[in-house]
Design a binder for this molecule. Sequence first.
Ligand SMILES: C[S@@+](CC[C@H](N)C(=O)[O-])C[C@H]1O[C@@H](n2cnc3c(N)ncnc32)[C@H](O)[C@@H]1O
Length: 229
Amino acid sequence: MTRLEKILDFIPDSARTVADVGYDHGFLIEKLVTGLPPRRVIGIEIQEGLDQRFWSRSRLPRRDFEPLIDFRRGDGLQPLVPGEADCIVMAGIGEGTIRRIIEAGRGAMQGSETLVLVPSHPPTGLFHDLYAMGWAITREDIHLEKGYFYHLSTLCSISSLPAGKVRPQFVGETLPENHPLLKPYAAYIKKRMIRAFRNAHRQPPLRKALIVYLNRILGKPPLDDLLPE
Ligand SMILES: C[S@@+](CC[C@H](N)C(=O)[O-])C[C@H]1O[C@@H](n2cnc3c(N)ncnc32)[C@H](O)[C@@H]1O
């Protein structure tokens, strides 16, 4: 499966209207409106003119598919009306931007059942922050394509989930320990963090908890040279 096919697989069948934030070329949109179940898409882009570029590039007959695709220009969820989309997808966008879009778009997300996130780079503190905003991971996977790791997740509103369930807040927490990409992925994230946070003493508690978690996956002592105590 390609990254795009996996993203499609992460969108629940129950979602009949999907908002694709940052659709760019619109490859996901094409798959959504031509596949099953039948779906309507709201494509949101910050860049101007990408709707016209889509219709010039795509082989989909415009007359047949225009009623199914609603292109809107704007920042994040600003162009979305609450309750319009059952599922909101953000793929190929950085974790900082995703966090900001969700934070600013709380109102627009009311009535949306699921979020599907595939950040452009492996996320670190994103799910911890989203948990604090009321969203928890219900499904995740790691995908490797052309040498790049991608983290895919489906999130639901915590209030819609059964009470008392342990809520994963770090990448990979719902995956089986023998997932073939879990260890290489943990090593990759840790390497990125080492580069970004050389001074261990400045690590906030979340980063420390994440490193302890990654070291557990990697079979290493919880506190290593990155986190001397
Ligand atoms: C790398 S492309 C990803 C395209 C596609 N979603 C994918 O995963 O293959 C990221 C797209 O997100 C758009 N984008 C970035 N920030 C955005 C924002 N705040 N609101 C809407 N679109 C945004 C960019 O203009 C760009 O077209």
